[in-house]
Design a protein around this ligand. Structure first.
Ligand SMILES: [Zn+2]
Length: 87
């Protein structure tokens, strides 16, 4: 359709998907959404790096700091997985 082949469509969708995934995952980790979105647009494979990165800081509803050891833990946790402190 419109002179676009299936390959053209895939080549268009990969950067768009990279940008969306990069921005979404970066947001979940408290990292720069715009920067990772642009990175994902031009180098789609770069979004895989985000899977191995730790959160950059507290993100309401996702990550909070343990009051005892200051490690970032799941927002809903009531016991720290690093130092076992309950709160
Ligand atoms: Zn802790």
């Amino acid at each position: 359709m419109f002179g676009m082949s299936f390959v053209d469509l895939v080549l268009l969708l990969i950067p768009i998907t990279g940008a969306i995934l990069g921005a979404t995952w970066a947001g979940r980790l408290g990292r720069n959404r715009f920067g990772w979105g642009v990175f994902g647009l031009f180098i789609p494979i770069s979004v895989v790096i985000l899977l191995f990165l730790r959160p950059a800081g507290e993100v309401a509803g996702r990550w909070k700091r343990c009051p005892a050891c200051m490690e970032l833990i799941n927002w809903n946790a009531n016991r720290c997985k690093y130092c076992q402190t309950s709160f």
